[in-house]
Design a protein around this ligand. Structure first.
Ligand code: 4MI
Length: 404
């Protein structure tokens, strides 16, 4: 698609949703960052930025860069959304504000204090079991045995979901995060499996399926109070089930991989398990689970000398902002003692991840439990990537933990 005359920015032929790009996005991120603050990606007819300042500027400006037209490639003003729109992710104020207020209350630091004990006990016992297997000489899988297991246990427990059928959450996540990209083969394949999965998800968004007092039930209580309608309540529960699992699964998987690939940093973490939280933060910066999000201009937008036409899709590369040398000294270096605050892995602005306190809790507890028991993580086979249009994801990571 042609670059509008008013957009005097470099044109590039990079396809950020191709197999090669998704397998190794960072060199192309660097090419785009070097080309300028903004680039035009011809293949999709979109404006894009890989620099920290510009990503932050777009995400901080919800008036000129809206979410209600979709936060993927598809423009919902021009084509039907692939599923009924999220009441929070794919909404603008004032609709967004109502939903956000409820979710922010449910996912508050006060809630985190309440769930911490359960989340901690589960982290400790899972890591104990895996270490016992390593002591027996077994190889464990950092993804299948840990990164997929822990979030699939603790978060749905907190939402109040029954134990049966939770693997549907991973299939659903794979589909929706692919659906933020183009209708390529990745999305096609994910979409083939999705009918029964969607039915399972929506069934489990019903009040009768949710444990009284859990996060899901609290949404229905907000509906009882008149904050949202009872028709809207299951849709907000759906947001928990969409955003709460695949993101943390891959956040944990990426953190484990970083620590396995950087034995010196693992050694530091073992020496001071109090670094767990900062180690998780640094892995979010270096290997952001959510790599990209889009915004859309609702009207002509003048910015940094550019005149962006209405209905322009703007792609923000969160993961590239997190490696911008203009923002970070030695951006490619994994340093668990660096100040990674200000990274874009959770976004920023009014749509910044509302569950980030829970995500950080999971990361901290797992890394801390490992740090106290393990001095080294050894990869014993090639880690296998799971390509997804939006997620930086792993499907398998054979490893052995060397006990302290
Ligand atoms: C950033 S990940 C994500 C957030 C929200 C939703 C899905 C994914 C949703 O459906 O509300």
């Amino acid at each position: 698609m042609n670059r509008p005359d008013t957009l005097n920015v470099p044109e590039m032929d990079i396809d950020p949703f191709s197999t090669d790009f998704l397998a190794m996005p960072y060199p192309d991120h660097e090419r785009m960052r070097q080309a300028g603050p903004w680039v035009w990606l011809k293949r999709y007819g979109i404006l894009a930025t890989c620099r920290h300042a510009q990503v932050k500027a777009v995400l901080s400006d919800h008036v000129n860069f809206i979410s209600s037209a979709g936060v993927g490639l598809a423009n919902f003003n021009q084509e039907a959304p692939f599923r009924p729109k999220s009441l929070i992710l794919e909404a603008d104020p004032p609709d967004h504000t109502r939903a956000r207020t409820i979710l922010a209350r449910i996912l508050s630091p006060k809630t985190v204090a309440q769930i911490r004990e359960h989340f901690s006990a589960e982290a400790e016992s899972l890591v104990d079991r895996l270490l016992a297997r390593c002591r027996d000489g077994a190889v464990i899988d950092g993804v299948k045995d840990l990164a997929e297991v822990y979030p699939l246990k603790v978060f749905p427990d907190a939402v109040g979901l029954e134990p049966e059928g939770r693997h549907n959450l991973l299939l659903y996540g794979d589909m929706i995060f692919n659906a933020f990209g183009p209708r390529n083969e990745l999305l096609q394949r994910a979409a083939e499996k999705v009918q029964p999965v969607t039915a399972w998800i929506m069934h489990h968004c019903q009040r009768e399926q949710l444990r009284p007092g859990g996060f899901g039930d609290l949404i229905y209580q907000a509906a009882d109070q008149g904050e949202i309608s009872h028709q809207e309540a299951p849709m907000l529960v759906r947001s928990f089930l969409s955003a709460g699992v695949d993101t943390t699964v891959n956040g944990l998987g990426n953190a484990l991989l970083c620590l396995a690939q950087h034995p010196d940093q693992m050694e530091k973490l073992h020496a001071d398990p109090g670094l767990a939280r900062s180690a998780f933060e640094e892995s979010l910066r270096l290997e952001s689970a959510v790599q990209t999000f889009f915004r859309t201009t609702p009207h002509e937008v003048a910015l940094e000398g550019l005149v962006i036409p209405p209905n322009t899709k703007v792609l923000t590369f969160l993961a590239a902002a997190n490696r911008d040398e203009r923002q970070w000294p030695e951006p490619e270096k994994f340093d668990i003692q660096r100040r990674a605050a200000g990274h874009m892995a959770f976004g920023t602005g009014i749509h910044a991840c509302v569950g980030q306190v829970v995500a950080r809790l999971e990361g901290e507890l797992i890394l801390n439990a490992i740090a106290r028991r393990v001095k080294r993580i050894e990869l014993v086979g090639e880690p296998v990537r799971r390509l997804n249009n939006t997620l930086r994801a792993m499907s398998s990571m054979p490893m052995r933990w060397i006990p302290a």
